[in-house]
Design a protein around this ligand. Structure first.
Ligand code: ATP
Length: 372
C-alpha cells in the first residue's frame, strides 16, 4: 500500500473514532419536565435510583437512575453514549426495559429511565431468611428459568452482565407481567467501570460473593461464563435462602486485589481446583496462591441440602464449575432436564397475585424531595 492510501486510511480511521455523536433532543431533555419524582428507593455503584411517574402516561411507574458525576471535568466518553444507545435497542421479556436516556442540562448528569419493578431478589430472599421460610420448588425453577432466558438473550446480543447479584434481579409486582423476572443493570459495568474493584471510588461496597473463580484468580477477560457462575450462586441461594459463598471483602487499602476469603469459601465447598479439572488455571496470575492449599472434598450437594442424583443438583453443579470453558451455557441450561420435569416453570414465578412481599419503601422511610 502506498503512503497516500496509508494516510487516507489513517484519516478514515480517525473519522470513525472521532465522528461527532449527535445527541438528539430527547437526550437533552430536563428529566423533571418529563418525570414526576416520588422518592429515592436505593443507591448503588453508579448513583441513586428514584421511583417516579411518567408525566405523559401517569399510570406508568418508572425507575430513574441518576448517575454520579465522574471526576471533575471528566464526562462520559462518546463510546459510552453510543453503548447506552445500543442498550435501548435490547428488548426481551426477562430484561428490564431502558425507556429513555436524559442528559439533564441543569446538573449535567446522566439519567436512565427504566420500567419500574416492585421487587428484587435481594429483598425477597431476605424476607424468607428472616421468616425462616423457603421458596417453593416451582418458584425457584421459574425464577432461574427466567434469569437464564434473559441472560441467553443478552449473551446472544454480545452483552455480558458482569455484575449479576440478587439486587439486580428484579420482579414485576403488578399488571399483566406480575411475577416476571427482569434482569437489571446489564451493560453498565462495561460502560462505566470494571466491577473488579472491591470498593468503588464513592465508597459503595461492591459485593464479591457472585464473582467467578477465574476473575478471583486474576483473569482480565470477561466471558459469558462469569454470568453463569453468578446465576449458579443465586440458584443455591434461592434453595437455602443463604448466600453460598459469603466471602469477607479485603480492606481496599491493601494493594492486592486477591480476595483470599472469597477464594477460601469456594474451595471449602467445591474442593481445591486441580489441573485435571481446570487445565488453563495454571495461566492465571494468582494460581500459585491456591496451588499450595490443602485439598478438600466437594460438598456442594450437602451445603445446598439437595440430592446428588437430582436434576436440580446436576444443573447447579454444571453452573458452579471451576473451568469456565466447561461451564454450561445459558442456552444449554434452558434445555436441561430440570426444566422439563414437573413442576414446570411458570410465567408468574410466585403463582399468585398479589405477590406477598413488602413493597419498596423510600430509603429514609419518608418522602424525599428530588433535589435535597
Ligand atoms: N427498574 C427498577 N425498578 C425498581 N427498582 C429498581 C430498578 N432498578 C434498580 N432498582 C433498585 O434500586 C436499588 C439500587 O439499585 P442499583 O442498581 O443502583 O444498586 P445495587 O444493585 O444495589 O448495587 P450496584 O449498583 O452495585 O449494582 C436496588 O434495590 C434495586 O433493586
Amino acid at each position: 500500500m502506498n503512503s497516500h492510501s496509508n494516510s487516507q486510511q489513517a484519516h478514515l480511521q480517525q473519522q470513525q473514532v472521532y465522528s461527532p455523536i449527535v445527541l438528539t433532543s430527547t437526550h437533552r431533555q430536563d428529566v423533571q419536565e418529563k418525570y414526576q419524582f416520588s422518592y429515592e428507593i436505593g443507591s448503588g455503584t453508579y448513583g441513586m435510583v428514584y421511583k417516579a411517574d411518567d408525566k405523559k402516561r401517569p399510570t406508568n411507574k418508572v425507575a430513574v437512575k441518576k448517575f454520579r458525576s465522574t471526576k471533575e471535568g471528566e464526562g462520559l466518553s462518546l463510546t459510552a453514549y453510543r453503548e447506552i444507545g445500543l442498550l435501548k435497542e435490547l428488548s426481551n421479556e426477562n430484561i428490564i426495559k431502558l425507556l429513555d436516556v436524559c442528559l439533564n442540562p441543569k446538573d449535567k448528569l446522566l439519567y436512565l429511565i427504566f420500567d419500574y419493578a416492585e421487587f428484587d431478589l435481594f429483598g425477597i430472599i431476605k424476607y424468607h431468611r428472616e421468616n425462616q421460610s423457603h421458596f417453593s420448588d416451582v418458584t425457584i425453577k421459574s425464577l432461574i428459568w427466567q434469569v437464564l432466558n434473559g441472560m441467553h438473550y443478552l449473551h446472544s446480543n454480545w452483552v455480558i452482565h458482569r455484575d449479576l447479584k440478587p439486587s439486580n434481579i428484579l420482579v414485576m409486582g403488578e399488571g399483566k407481567e406480575v411475577g416476571t423476572v427482569k434482569i437489571g443493570d446489564f451493560g453498565l459495568a462495561r460502560i462505566f467501570q470494571s466491577p473488579l474493584k472491591p470498593l468503588n471510588e464513592n465508597g459503595v461496597v461492591v459485593t464479591i460473593w457472585y464473582r467467578s473463580p477465574e476473575l478471583l484468580l486474576g483473569s482480565k477477560h470477561y466471558t459469558r461464563a462469569v454470568d453463569i457462575w453468578a446465576i449458579g450462586c443465586i440458584f443455591a441461594e434461592l434453595i437455602t435462602t443463604k448466600p453460598l459463598f459469603p466471602g469477607k471483602e479485603k480492606d481496599p487499602k491493601i494493594p492486592s486485589l486477591f480476595q483470599d476469603d472469597q477464594v477460601d469459601k469456594i474451595v471449602k465447598v467445591l474442593g481445591k481446583p486441580t489441573l485435571e479439572m481446570w487445565p488453563d488455571v495454571k495461566h492465571l496470575p494468582e494460581w500459585k496462591r491456591i496451588s499450595n492449599m490443602e485439598p478438600y472434598p466437594n460438598t456442594l450437594a450437602k451445603c445446598v441440602g439437595i440430592d446428588e442424583k437430582s436434576n436440580a443438583y446436576d444443573l447447579l453443579s454444571k453452573m458452579i464449575l471451576y473451568d469456565p470453558s466447561k461451564r454450561i451455557t445459558a442456552s444449554e441450561a434452558l434445555d436441561h432436564p430440570y426444566f422439563k420435569e414437573q413442576p414446570l416453570p411458570m410465567a408468574n414465578a410466585f403463582a399468585k397475585s398479589p405477590i406477598p412481599y413488602p413493597h419498596r419503601l423510600p430509603i429514609n422511610k419518608k418522602k424525599r424531595e428530588f433535589d435535597d
